[in-house]
Design a protein around this ligand. Structure first.
Ligand code: AHR
Length: 517
């Protein structure tokens, strides 16, 4: 018997509930959980870039070449695989030349509050930032209001090794070596803020960008080839089915001259009418929001099925490059800045979505939570010199072992948690074998009132011990603030093995990751 003991005290009701059997067989394995599903999104929006990342070299806030040291240190712990930039809707109005060289054009940000865009954070600053956090670039080019020529020049500027005029300009601006651009977004929401295009019009534009916007970096011509990601669906409406059919049908007939490696999908957990609040809510809103977020699974199934029709070999990845909770603007904030708090509910929501992506690892090979700092479901909140890690940050940190691990199927009867007219699976679980052979298990107890007792059967290894972390807090709407940053933080748990069986008692409303050995 392997008994896992949490350092947290369990309510007495733990005794009264029926144990849930989870079986893991490590001799069976699925697809690799691509580390890129833990990607992030940083748009020029509100305080996402300015204040959140960029404070400038003259700031009193400790920084390296203008980039906040506290934020970099926190993000390094997440091993962020890629950062999508500069948008979002912003990308389709972004002109890269405004953001290079000693004299930056001052422009406007009409999508997000109509505020001044100083362009002090441009290509070099973004590349410096991802270098400092140890990540890779996912650059979205301007298909809506730019030209193929402009985007092709940007890629030449960033990636050419030969002494072209643009490469020399890059060198004169401080970076003689070519930059690596891992992912290229061919537009953003081109059915909406990216140009209100029809599927056919977008597809013909996208082919031009796919062909002419080249990556010249010698290191990226073979193994590290830049992935090109076309705009895909943004919901379940019929127009998005039509859009996906059109793009994927074109892909099926593509010639040598153009190609795509990914199709983007955007899906927020949002109720546009009467938006949910990010603080001061109760069990009703907890249950309703989590029900809403589980729609991600049917969306992924729906679009995977269309992709399977035209790409049965699954060469094109589904990249969920905008996802997360979108709540009402925080009272007193600029509504165009998409400021919201981040609670324990968001931690549970993040885990449920990451598990959906992991279960679809054969097709979902990238995802970017919206957004990294100070915007929507952020990892980090800042206010001048202050910084706080959110509950979602800790979920991403706990899931680091799942990056590039091999999915191991788990079987369990999740049971049900019912509140009012909402019924949800009571627990969720995924398992994976890391590259070093370690078996990792994640279990989410969705039920905010009842602990969950798990009987875990591990076939294929002689389990001796387990150790890990669990994340919970007193209330579903518990948050971390600048003054109280440790309300929702992971606590250690450890276990001893006996006879290859694990008995795991989970706190209500908790996310738990353990290593079983
Ligand atoms: O993340 C905020 C916005 O949501 C993005 O700019 C846009 O792509 C989406 O509609």
């Amino acid at each position: 018997m392997l008994v896992l003991v949490s350092t947290l005290a369990l309510p007495a009701t733990a005794q009264g509930t029926k144990a849930i059997e989870i079986s893991v067989d490590v001799s069976k394995s699925g697809a690799t959980i691509n580390r890129n599903i833990f990607g992030q999104f940083a748009e020029h929006l509100g305080h996402g870039i300015y204040d959140g990342i960029w404070v400038g070299p003259d700031s009193t806030i400790p920084n390296t070449r203008g980039i906040r040291n506290d934020v970099v240190a926190a993000l390094r712990e997440l091993k962020v695989p890629n950062v999508r930039w500069p948008g979002g809707c912003f990308a389709d109005e972004y002109h890269w030349r405004n953001g290079i060289g000693p004299h930056r054009a001052v422009t406007l940000n009409p999508n997000w509050g109509g505020v001044i865009e100083p362009n002090t954070f441009g290509t070099h600053e973004f590349m410096d930032f991802i270098d400092q956090i140890g990540s890779e670039a996912y650059v979205s080019v301007n298909v809506g209001s730019g030209t193929v020529h402009e985007a092709a020049d940007w890629l030449e500027y960033m990636t050419a090794a030969q002494p072209t005029t643009l490469a020399q300009e890059r060198a004169a601006n401080g970076h003689p070596d070519p930059y690596k651009v891992a992912n290229l977004g061919l537009g953003n929401e081109s059915w909406d803020c990216g140009g209100n295009m029809s599927p056919d019009y977008y597809t013909s534009q996208m082919k031009l960008y796919s062909h002419f916007v080249r990556n010249y970096n010698p290191a990226q011509q073979h193994e590290q080839k830049m992935l090109k990601i076309a705009v895909g669906p943004g919901g379940a409406e019929p127009r998005f089915i039509d859009w996906t059919e059109t793009v994927m049908k074109a892909y099926q007939q593509h010639t040598w001259s153009w190609d795509i490696d990914g199709l983007s999908m955007h899906s927020y957990t949002v109720r546009w009418r009467d938006m949910y609040k990010s603080t001061d809510f109760g069990e009703n809103e907890y249950a309703q929001v989590l029900k809403l977020t589980l729609d991600m699974d049917s969306l992924v199934n729906r679009y995977s099925a269309i992709m399977d029709k035209y790409d049965p070999q699954k060469k094109v990845a589904l990249i969920v490059d905008e996802w997360g909770a979108w709540y009402a603007p925080f009272p007193g904030s600029n509504p165009g800045f998409l400021v919201q708090q981040n609670s324990l509910r968001d931690a549970v929501l993040a885990a449920l979505n990451l598990n959906i992506f992991a279960r679809h690892a054969d097709r979902v090979r990238g995802a970017n939570i919206a957004q990294m700092i100070n915007v929507l479901q952020a990892m980090i909140l800042t206010d001048k010199e202050k910084m706080v890690r959110t509950p979602t940050y800790y979920v991403f940190k706990m899931y680091v072992p799942f990056q590039d691990a091999t999915f191991v199927p788990v079987t369990f009867d999740a049971g049900a948690y019912t509140h009012g007219d909402v019924t949800l699976p009571r627990v969720d679980a995924v398992a994976a074998k890391a590259k070093d052979g370690k078996l990792w298990l994640e279990v989410t107890n969705v039920d905010p009132n009842q602990p969950a007792e798990i009987d875990l059967n591990v076939a294929g290894i002689n389990a001796k011990s387990a150790a890990g972390e669990t994340l919970t807090a007193p209330k579903v709407d518990s948050i971390n603030t600048f003054d109280a940053p440790n309300t929702v933080v992971p606590k250690s748990i450890s276990a001893k093995a006996e006879g290859g069986k694990l008995n795991l008692k989970l706190e209500p409303k908790s996310v738990t990751v353990v290593w079983v050995q």
